[in-house]
Design a protein around this ligand. Structure first.
Ligand code: NAD
Length: 255
């Protein structure tokens, strides 16, 4: 019997086989979880569907998290099909490419609002919709980055969005704790993915990790997946409102 046997949950954020959400999904499935996947649009459906099917996904649903009606539809379908859920993975972020390259002070009002909406508010909306289905308690994990806590070159408005995401994680943990619902964030080191390609000087971030992180290397989607498995399982039954670092120790060293 796997750690997640008998547990069911939804994965938001697979775009392709490099996605962190995909690394998490594989660990969850290997531990016996039953999975539902969402995809952003038709173009991504072509990539997500075969991946999801390879993990025996029971549900594969469209969801643009900027649309309240899409969120409502996903949780309605999941509620009708499954009745309840045990976990949710939120591995979603978006900012305009120019806002991750230009000086931070050049961020437009629209770009700021967009990044905060997709990268932080969507966790609040998803948690609110998931909570009524977590009838026996549950666990929610989102993805963050060190740029929430320090000014990291080029991360800019996404750092501000991640700060809001980390604060939202704490407020959601405080609100839903009574219902046995835990909410945590994983702060991953830089990993080459579609979203990461939008961040200016990303190669430099990988190089600095290899040079300075205590483990002297970057981390993998699989390693993030293993930490997510822990946080989503009963092994982490006393852990909520935390930012859990999977960054080879980079955040704890200076210089
Ligand atoms: P990715 O591009 O594979 O995943 C980002 C996902 O966000 C995609 O699946 C995309 O479809 C989804 N998305 C964007 N806008 C959406 C919307 N409106 N509705 C629904 N989904 C939407 O890249 P990734 O690196 O795996 O990113 C996953 C998470 O991990 C993000 O929150 C990212 O900020 C975070 N993260 C990434 C790194 C890294 O270096 N790659 C490091 C730390 C944290």
């Amino acid at each position: 019997m796997g750690l997640m046997a008998g547990k069911r949950g939804i994965i938001f954020g697979v775009a392709n086989d490099l996605s962190i959400a995909w690394g998490i999904a594989r660990q969850l499935r290997a531990a016996g979880a039953t999975l539902a996947f969402t995809y952003l649009n038709e173009a991504l459906e072509k990539r997500v569907r075969p991946l999801a099917e390879s993990l025996d996904a029971e549900l594969i649903l469209p969801c643009d998290l900027s649309r309240d009606e899409d969120i409502e539809a996903v949780f309605k379908t999941v509620g009708e099909q499954w009745g309840d859920i045990d976990f949710v993975v939120h591995a979603v972020a978006f900012a305009n490419r120019e806002d991750l390259k230009n000086p931070f002070s050049h961020t437009s009002r629209a770009g700021f609002t967009l990044a905060l909406d997709i990268s932080a508010y969507t966790l609040v909306a998803v948690a609110r919709a998931a909570a009524p289905l977590m009838k026996n308690g549950g666990s929610i994990v989102t993805m963050t980055y060190l740029g929430a806590q320090r000014a990291v070159p080029s991360y800019n408005v996404m750092g501000v969005a991640k700060a809001a995401l980390e604060a939202s994680t704490r407020y959601l943990a405080a609100e839903f704790g009574e219902q046995g619902i835990r909410v945590n964030a994983i702060s991953a080191g830089p990993i080459r993915t579609l979203a990461a390609s939008a961040v200016g000087n990303f190669k430099e971030k990988l190089r600095i990790m290899e040079e300075r992180a205590p483990l002297r290397r970057t981390v993998t989607q699989e390693e993030v997946g293993k930490s997510a498995l822990y946080l989503l399982s009963d092994l982490a039954s006393g852990v909520t409102g935390e930012v859990h670092f999977v960054d080879g120790g980079f955040s704890v060293v200076v210089g």
